[in-house]
Write a protein of this length. Sequence first.
Length: 87
Amino acid sequence: MALAYTNLYPRLRSKTLLRLMWLDLLLSAALLILVGSVYYGTGTEFSLFILTVPWWVFTLLSAAVVEAPLFIWFCKRWDIDLGPPTD
């Protein structure tokens, strides 16, 4: 995720919230495929404080926690409007 926010996303010609969301969806899918290639079908569960969750929930939540500060920084750095689109 850090590589996306420091190398991939800054190279975009048009830096919009919608474009970031689409690329992030693709990167999240790639992350799930990568992690799934290791944990899919193993029955491995991960502990999140008081909950036990499957690998894919742990992966998505962990990625969201890591990505949130990077997303906020990137949007401030490139002046990306986070408000609803104006018609």
